[in-house]
Design a protein around this ligand. Structure first.
Ligand code: FAD
Ligand code: SIN
Length: 522
């Protein structure tokens, strides 16, 4: 099938949906999403969304907290823009039907998380993402200008490359004409021509054996832009959430929200000794990079499998009221969090880097935007402040929509785009090879490119990766196209970017910690 659409949106999380709602006021929108529409990282968000709502909080305090958490690698102009937009954009989410918890006076019940100097996290108990996704999808489904293709997989964005032109990496002249989209049920690849394309494809957690991310998080958008020779940056900064539930074999790892620590939970060793004070004066509420490294160190020293989050001293009723999902989940595996400590370990959680964009979400490729976790806006620097991700998505999807609406009408559809060429594809019994290579890749990343790195481990990982890369490219050339081979290929592209950028960074900063570059004493 060949389809023409004014606005193509790839991804149905908070970034894709908020952008779609805005541009749909002017033109026709197609949202392509590789699973069910609500199967996104957004749906799993627990803690909430950071925004400045009341005094004593101020924009300047939130800006300062963001810069400190990011180890001063953030773009200050972008931080200022994002934070000063926070109140307006959150109010818009509320107008669209999202319900955040309020206290008896009707004011928002603002939570606190690591690195925040004030209570500023709006939430819906411990299921904030589920509530946001519900409200947005409710509006989307009833919008006359929006069509959704669920269970459709975007293979690649279309650029001049597909017209046979050779373009240089990061060249300013690359243009996006739409995307090739696979319907896995029929095996057909559709050519979708668009005036404006938005990549909102989420994160990369499945590069690792243990991640809080759902299965969809395979870095597809980032890999597509890299293959199209667009700009990708800061991929070395991968955030490990300090407290995922230690429950071996569970995928994705269940998150124990940082908001639990904001509520008074304390990290302890198996012997019940609080340890974070040894590492940072902010204790259990230090920024994530510091807490995850501290836990990593404690585990290496003790040889234990996990540390613990102690909530036993907290008011049991309030704890259950505020964290019903976490309470129920722990109880389901035999842990009553009001009486027992919760076993926790760090897990891959968030990619701070991604597709390089400007303040309007514009990538280096013309007519291609990126928003949400797949993008690198400059907000997070070397480490994201908790609950700034949902915020970043709504701010940049808004600014991207303003930019896209300015000139979309004058952009012609590129008629010369060829349909997908499946010539030469014969193999369709490669599943075991794909599964095995994915496991190998995850093992390499988990063992050599984790919380603590070194040049030796990174180089070893790169050498191993080269072998899997060659094997997979060969398989891809011969295979009948499938979601599984495409996702593996994307993960390998992203792993390459993480390794390349990690090796290029000759310092320890934020989430990138290398024993070869000990941090300078403050
Ligand atoms: P997602 O919500 O992940 O959506 C990505 C979409 O892209 C999906 O629809 C997917 O199907 C689609 N897609 C991907 N590839 C393709 C393809 N090739 N073809 C078609 N479709 C594709 N952040 C906060 O700020 N506060 C929190 O409290 C918080 N809690 C979190 C808890 C958990 C457990 C996790 C995993 C993350 C949490 N985060 C939190 C991070 C935050 O949820 C995500 O960064 C954010 O939701 C990303 O939104 P997104 O729209 O960019 O991507
Ligand atoms: C959490 O609830 O701990 C996750 C918050 C985030 O990732 O921002």
């Amino acid at each position: 099938m060949r389809k023409k659409i004014e606005f193509l949106v790839i991804g149905s999380g908070i970034a894709g949906l908020t952008y779609a709602l805005k541009v749909a006021e002017a033109g026709k929108v197609l949202i392509v999403t590789k699973s069910k529409a609500d199967e996104t990282a957004t749906k799993y968000a627990q803690g909430g969304i950071a925004a400045v709502m009341y005094t004593p909080d101020t924009y300047n305090k939130h800006i300062e907290d963001t810069l400190i958490a990011g180890d001063f690698l953030s773009d200050e102009k972008i931080v200022r823009m994002t934070i000063t937009e926070s109140t307006k954009r959150v109010k818009e989410l509320i107008e669209w039907g999202t319900k955040f918890d309020r206290n008896e006076n009707g004011e928002f019940n603002l939570g606190k998380e690591g690195g925040h100097s004030e209570n500023r996290v709006l939430h819906h108990k411990d299921s904030t993402g589920l509530e946001i996704e519900r409200a947005l999808l409710d509006k989307i489904i009833h919008h006359p200008n929006i069509e959704i293709w669920e269970n459709h997989f975007t293979i690649d964005i279309i650029t001049q490359h597909h017209l046979g032109e050779v373009v240089k990496r990061s060249s300013k002249n690359i243009r996006c004409f739409g995307a090739y989209v696979l319907d896995p049920k029929t095996g057909q690849v559709h050519t979708v021509l668009a005036k404006k394309t938005m990549l909102a494809t989420g994160g990369i957690g499945n590069l690792y054996q243990s991640t809080t991310n759902p299965e969809i998080a395979t870095g597809d958008g980032i890999a597509m832009v890299y293959r199209a020779k667009g700009m990708v940056e800061k991929m070395e900064f991968i955030q490990f959430h300090p407290t995922s539930l230690y429950n071996p074999g569970e995928k994705p790892a269940f998150l124990i929200s940082e908001a639990v620590r904001g509520f008074g939970g304390i990290l302890k060793t198996a012997e019940g000794v609080s340890f974070m004070e040894k590492y940072d004066s902010r204790g259990s509420l230090a920024p994530r990079d510091i807490v995850a490294r501290a836990i990593d160190n404690e585990l290496k020293v003790s040889g234990d499998n996990c540390v613990y989050l102690d909530c036993r001293h907290l008011n049991a009723n309030s704890l259950i009221l505020n964290f019903p999902k976490i309470y129920a989940k722990c109880l389901s595996i035999g842990i009553n969090i009001t009486k027992e400590m919760i076993p926790v370990v760090p897990s891959a959680h968030y990619s701070c880097g991604g597709i390089k964009v400007d303040e309007f979400g514009r990538s280096s490729i013309a007519n291609l935007y990126a928003s949400g976790e797949c993008s690198s806006t400059g907000l997070h620097g070397a480490n994201r402040l908790a609950s700034n991700s949902l915020l970043e998505s709504i701010v940049f999807s808004h600014s991207a929509s303003l930019d896209a609406l300015k000139d979309y009408d004058s952009i012609p559809y590129e008629q010369q785009v060829p349909d997908w060429n499946a010539e030469g594809a014969v193999l369709n019994e490669e599943m075991i090879l794909i599964t095995q290579s994915t496991k190998e890749l995850q093992s390499i990343m988990s063992n050599y490119v984790g919380i603590v790195r070194s040049n030796l481990r990174l180089t070893r990982a790169l050498d191993r990766l080269k072998i899997i890369y060659r094997e997979t490219e060969d398989l891809y050339e011969k295979s009948i196209i499938s979601v599984e081979i495409c996702e593996l290929r994307n993960l390998i592209n992203v792993a390459h970017l993480v390794l390349k950028m990690a090796l290029q960074r000759k310092e320890s900063r934020g989430l990138h910690y290398s024993i070869d570059y000990p941090p300078k004493k403050q």
